[in-house]
Design a protein around this ligand. Structure first.
Ligand SMILES: [Ca+2]
Length: 81
């Protein structure tokens, strides 16, 4: 996956144009299971906590619990800085 748009579309599994907490949790869990989040796997509650933190960082445009592509893009700039 080469760009944010592709990543966003991959996370938006129901393709409604928004990424919600459930979709974020799914992707964090998948990264966790793939060993991408460090040596020690996260517990399920840690996975949910991390998804919540990503949501909090990204969901700034309209804080409604779902991310537009623009919110996701801005959030990723903050996270990857
Ligand atoms: Ca969605």
């Amino acid at each position: 996956m080469s760009n944010l748009r592709e990543i966003f579309d991959a996370i938006d599994t129901d393709h409604n144009g928004f990424v919600d907490k459930k979709e974020l949790t799914t992707v964090v869990r998948a990264c966790n299971e793939a060993g991408m989040l460090g040596d020690k796997p996260l517990s399920e509650s840690e996975v949910e906590k991390m998804a919540g933190e990503i949501m909090d960082i990204c969901d700034k445009g309209t804080p409604d619990g779902k991310l537009t592509f623009e919110e996701f893009q801005e959030g990723m700039k903050k996270i990857t800085k």
